[in-house]
Ligand binder design. Sequence first.
Ligand SMILES: [Zn+2]
Length: 487
Amino acid sequence: MREPNSLAARVLKAKYFRRTDFLHSREAYSASLTWKGIWEARYILQAGCRRRIGNGRSTRVWEDPWLPGSSCFNVVTPRANGCEVEWVSELIDDVTHSWRRELVYQLFSEYEAQLVLSIPLSWRSLEDDWVWQHTREGCYSVKSGYHVACHSHQNPQQPSSSAGEFRGQILWRLELPERIKVFLWSAYRDILPTKENLRKRRVDIDNYCPVCGEMAETGVHVLKDCQFARAVWLGSQLNLRVADMQVDSFAEFFDTVALTVDQRKLALFGVVCWSLWNNRNDILWESKRQQPQHVCEMAVRFLQEYGEAVRHKCGTRGGPRRGEIKWEPPDESHFKVNVDGALFQNSKEFGVGAVVRDCNGEVIAAMSCRRQGTLRVEAVEAYGLRGALQWAYELGLRKIIVECDCAVVVQWLGSQHAVLLSELGGVLADCKGLMDRFNECRVQHVRRAGNQVAHELARRAEYIAGDEFWVEEVPDPIKAFVLNDMA
Ligand SMILES: [Zn+2]
């Protein structure tokens, strides 16, 4: 039945249920013995079989069993007069891959609407499929000759790696600390929390550059066009006359410079940018002002010390004391992403929190998001994992270790077949597709005690107004947990 195109299935279909499919067929009068056996098994199967929704295109809203959690899996809410919705796909917004909540609430009773909204949706256009309800993995098999094949015949398309081909990719090869590369990538992608970018996110602030107080603060302004930045570039070893460069964005600025200098100088360029950003932060948050010359000297010294540190690196780090569960920093070449989800029962919403840290335990980025939906715990964790993978990729990270405290999700992600038949199969396939885009990506289980920061970020999503993202910082209440991990 899971293989409608197999020979036996086609023969049977031609003979007995040409116009319908298996669960809707009527017993034929002169049925063959094979068919009799299957016919009896049908009752067992029908009691526990339902449609797993992929794209919803082959599941009928009012006739097919597809609602998880209800006793018969069929919709009980009567179909309203004149209702033209036939297929489950009509309930799905295929741009956002989410349920059309208003329509769902309009068509179904409150209870059934909740059941619909609890069905996780994949980002891929997977076919709908039959699943067996009574095991978690959604796979059914019996010895008595009836066998639901457990192998996956899905062929999920790889997401295209469109975000990957910028000239800016060169920056990942620079001999610089990873956090500076992430900063540069953020600037390149124009996602630094400059005042202009914050205003785009509807944060109500003025947009004046905190350094010169005259112009609007964009990434290219702070790092190139600001009077202070111009003085720094001119005084630096790079001796750049940036006023003569006609560029509209930091990305163009970077590309232009990258074409004319060697790797060592490009690394210095990166450190100067980072110093300019730090100077901007010092002025904004601590009212500390420095001379352009000082910023130049700091950048050179930083690069020297970093070079020496890399050469003299002896990577010995004390492990945790025995029996104690703690967050562990990754090695120098990886970032660690901790992710967690939290259910908010009262509001029928859930939260996702994630944090990226480097080998020193320094926070590179953090996020806290709230989503609507009454998902099960594992689904929330899987949604969180998918969101965190996507976010880490967009941040420009390429070698990551991801930790999540839901053992089931980690285990399912590692299994080959059965998982694709489960309710969460589509979302987990999304995760696998995202994982393949990284140069290195490993997802592992961590006990809750090792996942405190992500846990707090997820819980805090209940109280925020909109999604929150931080680069190189975390909100104050979370800082204590970050420090605790490094204690
Ligand atoms: Zn300025």
